[in-house]
Design a protein around this ligand. Structure first.
Ligand SMILES: *Cc1c(COP(=O)(O)O)cnc(C)c1O
Length: 454
């Protein structure tokens, strides 16, 4: 299988190369050149354990890797998840299920992909003997999950940009209390979008990228999407067969990576009925789905900070299919949007999608409602999914973070103070971060003066 760019101006890559570079050289995002049909496998795969299912799925895509290397990358990726609880599906009500994705090392769904990605980077460094510098931007959870996924991998330095004061104190502690000399949390004055813009500009500088053996770890890496497909497949097998084809999957959404994974899995023959994109008050995608207008607004910090995003980078992957796989059309839309901050679609019919939005006051109310109706403690991101929930229709809510990551909001809503041992241990650790201007120049020179070595 080959991997092509959404912008159509880069040569097709093999799996390992697409993973190693992250972003395609033309600034686009990688996608498989064809999607496998998984339907013939579903019966046999339904009996597999989580890592085995993940391996079976990845084997469809990683066809240039040795199978024992791929297997060890995937097996060890899920070894630090809660015992027997990698991705539990729980029934909350007669027609309501929740897929809990917060039982990994940093208690958010991003661990699923970043543990795999960290191991794939490790395998690549072993093969080539060349160290790499990994750069990512985070609105909160990606940074912690990337750092955990890469920690201890020889030959990797990890640089994570995050907006100072705009991630939760516990999220910040997860990034800055690693006591790992190869981890560089870079705090910037600005928003996540500012961090992402600087990062994109560094990656589009070919010379800089090659000279520093730079790799991306934000949600644009293809492995993020593929690893996330697996838990939708896993959940599919755990739902009652009679409702599988009618269920609506509700996904708290920021960068559009999680929901896109579910949606593309459906294109591979796993017939989920619909996806609902649940946003917070940063609602560009909600407005797009409902009005056909893709219009950027300033980011407004919310109680669900990992969704405080306006320009959702993975949306370009969806756009590629929306444009009937015509990269010229994708380029034209992206360019118009980049120049003017807006794109008006004549006809925006996103087949299989709907959207909801929860402003901060509603998030508090939805946390209360989840507790009252289902005796369930939902973190502020997951709570957004309870908006517009119809208890009489089958729904699968995706729970993206453990409530203990956001104790203040939970306490304010329902008077409980959730805790988790993985967070408690951080309190004894030394904190360290590096303030950096949110410009490509400042970030670039920081990286050049802290290169990875073997
Ligand atoms: C990252 C994140 C999201 C948003 O996921 P995307 O893939 O960016 O849409 C939602 N909830 C939590 C807890 C997150 O960490």
């Amino acid at each position: 299988m080959h991997y092509i760019s959404t912008r159509g101006e880069a040569a097709a890559s093999r799996f390992s190369d697409a993973v190693a570079v992250g972003l395609a050289p033309d600034g686009g995002l990688f996608l498989p050149d064809r999607l496998p049909d998984l339907s013939p496998h579903l019966e046999a795969w339904s009996h597999l354990g989580y890592p085995e299912l993940c391996l079976a799925f990845f084997s469809e895509f990683a066809d240039d890797m040795e199978s024992n290397v791929l297997e060890s990358c995937i097996q060890s990726a899920y070894s630090d998840f809660a015992e027997g609880e990698i991705a539990p599906v729980r029934q909350l009500g007669d027609h309501t299920w929740v897929l809990e994705l917060f039982h990994g090392p940093t208690l958010a769904f991003k661990d699923f992909a970043l543990q795999v990605l960290g191991n794939l980077y490790g395998a690549q460094i072993q093969r080539t003997g060349e160290p790499i510098n990994v750069l990512g931007a985070t609105s909160g959870d990606t940074g912690a999950a990337a750092i955990q996924g890469l920690a201890g991998t020889p030959g990797v330095n990890t640089f994570i940009l995050y907006p100072l004061g705009r991630v939760s104190p516990l999220q910040e502690r997860q990034m800055i209390c690693t006591e790992d000399p190869h981890v560089f949390p870079l705090g910037i004055e600005g928003s996540f979008d500012d961090a992402q813009a600087a990062l994109k500009s560094l990656f589009s500088d070919q010379g800089f990228r090659i000279r520093n053996r730079l790799s991306a770890v934000n949600s644009i890496n293809l492995v993020r999407i593929l690893a996330q497909c697996v838990y939708y497949l896993w959940a599919w097998f755990r739902l009652p067969p009679a409702i599988r084809d009618t269920i609506e999957v509700v996904v708290p959404t920021g960068n559009f990576g999680n929901i896109f994974a579910g949606w593309i899995l459906r294109k591979m023959g796993v017939p989920f009925s619909r996806f609902r994109l649940a946003t917070n008050q940063n609602d560009i995608l909600y407005r797009l789905m409902n009005q056909g207008e893709y219009v950027q607004e300033p980011v407004r910090p919310s109680l669900a900070p990992s969704m405080d995003i306006q320009v959702a980078s993975n949306f370009e992957r969806f756009l590629y299919y929306f444009c009937q796989e015509d990269p010229a059309r994708v380029r034209q839309i992206i360019e118009t949007f980049r120049q003017s901050g807006a794109y008006h679609f004549d006809h925006f019919v996103a087949e299989g999608f709907s959207a909801s939005r929860a402003i901060d006051e509603e998030i508090v109310r939805l946390i209360q409602q989840a507790k009252a109706s289902f005796d369930y403690v939902a973190d502020p991101h997951t709570a957004c999914g309870f908006k517009d929930l119809d208890p009489d229709r089958p729904s699968l809510l995706v729970a993206t973070a453990h409530p203990a990551k956001f104790p203040d909001t939970i306490e304010r809503a329902i008077g409980l103070h959730p805790a988790h041992p993985r967070l408690e241990v951080l309190k004894q650790k030394q904190a360290r971060y590096y303030p950096v201007d949110p410009t490509p120049e400042a970030i670039g020179s920081f990286i050049e003066s802290h290169p990875a070595g073997l």
